[in-house]
Design a binder for this molecule. Structure first.
Ligand code: AMP
Length: 617
């Protein structure tokens, strides 16, 4: 067993000191040079460990062979494995899918039947994540000097968790990681010193957590070299919070006394230590900046030594780039990694590249990766479903039937091609369709690099919510019943995610008419607001959590438009190349011009007046 040589131990993880950037770079070079061997060893190891699980036994019939694995184990969606996950949640032994004990279930932002999907996780998996996080350090150090000379103001949060009937924790992947010993007892690493004490990150009251983290960040402003959050939406939420609370934060800094409503004992204790004593000059300085009319470039003004903002701005988060640029004053936006509840996938080896140029290199010892080819529009005559998600690309998703699925291995993907990612993990997922569409943009050594294109079936997303066309249709159908009982018909609808203000919110455009004549009915405010609430109540649990608990989505809005508006939308789409014969109203629109066409014909606007019901799974 050679320390630091991942080729010898692909499934295991080399233990290296993240303070040692050279060793880190060497590991990354090894990993990306030996992709094929590592992927083969990973698959071998997963099969060897798990061939006797109920799940694999059924397909492999006692054989440990990779070819048999690929021939007999089907490519699956969550619905196919849900019964196994539910059995484990209800007390069955986890070895029905994984030889390693499953210690918790990670609740994904992807949903099934309205509830978060649950992904298995093992103790070893936490080490795999730590290994992955440690690899980010040498990559950043390669491009940005002196990160060990100051601190990172990362605003990190935990989310609510529950226990399954069998007593396993069910919680989001990051909550699981921050609460683990791998995070809490992490060895000191001079490249990763945070301004937020762990107690503030681990505080379950998100408002207290946000307040305390910002307070600590402001007090240590001269030491801050980078700022960030996991997703762009969360970082912008923090800026909005600051906009609403800077006076109180400054008053705390001025007096050296933390506000009384900070009642979490852990937070109070650590924040008082950071605050230490009254700092009137610092409070004056911050107040001066926050008081200025425009908040353009506020990040650089408040944290003047900041070199970059670390937030994911790819995928659905790309909609926040311009707002972030406004607040950042031209700082680079850095998306470091691509990961999920299923598995951590890839690292951005060129962290300073522009958001639209970001590619992720999949790390070959994280899982066994396969790829389902996705055709580009009009590439052949087959039936395709239009990809009208957050993606602006001209790609189409083929409705893949289980029988005709042919995957490609990591080393065999082709430059410029689109693929859906399929993973076989160390935690009990076998040939599992993640649902993300990626495009190959290049290679780092022998490791392919991918641009995140979009997530399959997602049409609306403001924060971590992922609403499909089907979810939207179901929700609108419920609201439609309300107006129909009053003699009003919903003729057409479409939607878009309005992120022009923070938090963003869903907007539905409705064209309605009175039954029996073609007139716009008189609209009752209460009824229309009820329609807004009904749509919200009918959306999935991640939407409802973001809206109710995290306040990361604002009240849903219905904009009623004049008669003929959807004809005007059709004319526009046809003028842009849609076929008149095959035209179908898009259920979600992205184009600014199309939104303007609808917006210019709005006759009334209604907002949901109450946050929808939500509780943990
Ligand atoms: P979850 O399972 O809730 O953690 O969500 C994981 C999903 O978030 C992934 O499958 C992607 O669809 C999306 N995601 C994660 N990281 C990125 C990224 N860097 N860029 C774009 N989308 C991402």
């Amino acid at each position: 067993m050679t320390r630091g040589n991942p080729c010898q131990l692909p499934g295991m993880l080399s233990n290296y000191d993240p303070n040692d950037s050279e060793a880190g770079m060497k590991i990354l070079e090894d990993l990306t040079e030996n992709v094929e061997q590592i992927q083969q060893r990973v698959l071998e190891e997963i099969i060897t460990r798990n061939a006797r699980t109920d799940y694999l036994k059924g397909f492999l019939d006692g054989q440990f062979d990779k070819q048999v694995f690929k021939k007999t184990v089907p490519v699956v969606n969550y619905e196919d494995i849900k019964p196994y996950i539910e059995r484990i949640a209800n007390g069955d032994s986890s070895n029905i899918i994984s030889a390693e004990p499953i210690i918790e279930l990670l609740t994904s932002s992807g949903t099934s039947g309205g509830q978060p999907k649950m992904m298995p996780s093992t103790a070893e998996d936490l080490h795999r994540k730590t290994f992955f996080y440690n690899l980010l350090v040498p990559v950043m150090n390669k491009y940005v000097d002196g990160l060990d000379e100051g601190k990172a103001m990362y605003l990190l949060f935990v989310k609510p968790e529950t226990k399954t009937p069998s007593g396993l924790m069910a919680r989001p992947v990051l909550t699981s990681y921050y609460k683990s010993n791998n995070f809490k007892n992490r060895p000191f690493n001079r490249f990763n010193v945070y301004t937020s004490p762990d107690e503030t990150i681990l505080c379950s009251d998100s408002k207290q957590s946000m307040y305390c983290q910002l307070l600590c960040g402001l007090v240590q402003r001269q030491e801050v070299l980078r700022v960030g959050a996991v997703f762009a939406s969360a970082f912008l939420r923090a800026i909005k919070f600051l906009e609403h609370n800077w006076k109180e934060l400054c008053s705390n800094i001025r007096t050296g006394h933390v506000s009384d409503w900070i009642t979490d004992p852990g937070c109070r204790k650590v924040v008082s230590l950071v605050l230490n004593k009254p700092k009137p000059e610092l409070a004056d300085l911050i107040e001066h900046e926050c008081n200025s009319k425009s908040w353009e470039g506020i990040i650089k003004k408040l944290w003047p030594r900041t070199k970059y903002i670390e937030v994911i701005v790819t995928g659905s988060m790309a909609q926040y780039v311009s707002t972030l640029e406004y607040y950042s004053g031209g700082l680079p936006l850095v998306s470091t990694m691509y990961a999920s509840s299923e598995c951590y996938f890839g690292i951005n080896f060129k962290p300073l590249s522009k958001p639209w140029d970001v590619s992720y290199t999949l790390i070959p010892n994280m899982a066994y990766f396969e790829f389902l080819p996705v055709k580009k529009k009009n590439e052949d005559g087959a039936q395709y479903v239009q990809c009208n998600g957050v993606c602006k690309e001209n790609c189409m998703e083929k409705e893949t039937e289980k029988e005709d699925v042919e995957t490609v291995e990591l080393v065999d993907v082709k430059l410029g091609q689109y693929y859906e990612l399929v993973v076989t993990t160390f935690t009990g997922l076998y040939r599992y369709r993640v649902g993300d569409i990626l495009m190959v943009t290049g290679f780092h050594n022998k490791a392919p690099q991918f641009r995140f294109v979009h997530r399959r079936n997602v049409v609306l997303s403001v924060d971590t919510d992922k609403t499909s066309e089907e979810d939207l249709l179901k929700a609108v159908t419920k609201a439609k019943v309300i107006v129909e009982s009053l003699g009003i018909l919903l003729i057409e609808y479409t939607s878009y995610a309005d992120t022009s203000s923070i938090p963003g919110h869903y907007v539905l455009f409705w064209e309605i008419t009175s039954k029996g004549n073609n007139h716009l009915p008189v609209l009752d405010h209460k009824i229309m607001e009820q329609c807004c609430s009904t749509v919200e109540e009918s959306l999935d649990s991640v939407y409802r959590r973001c809206r109710r608990k995290d306040n990361s989505i604002g009240p849903l809005e219905i904009r009623v438009v004049q008669h003929g508006t959807f004809d005007a939308l059709m004319d526009f789409c046809v003028s842009q190349g849609s076929s008149v014969n095959q035209y179908k109203t898009p259920r979600c629109i992205k184009s600014g011009e199309a939104i303007n066409i609808l917006d210019s014909r709005v006759v009334a606007r209604f907002f949901s007046q109450k946050a929808p019901f939500w509780e943990p799974v």
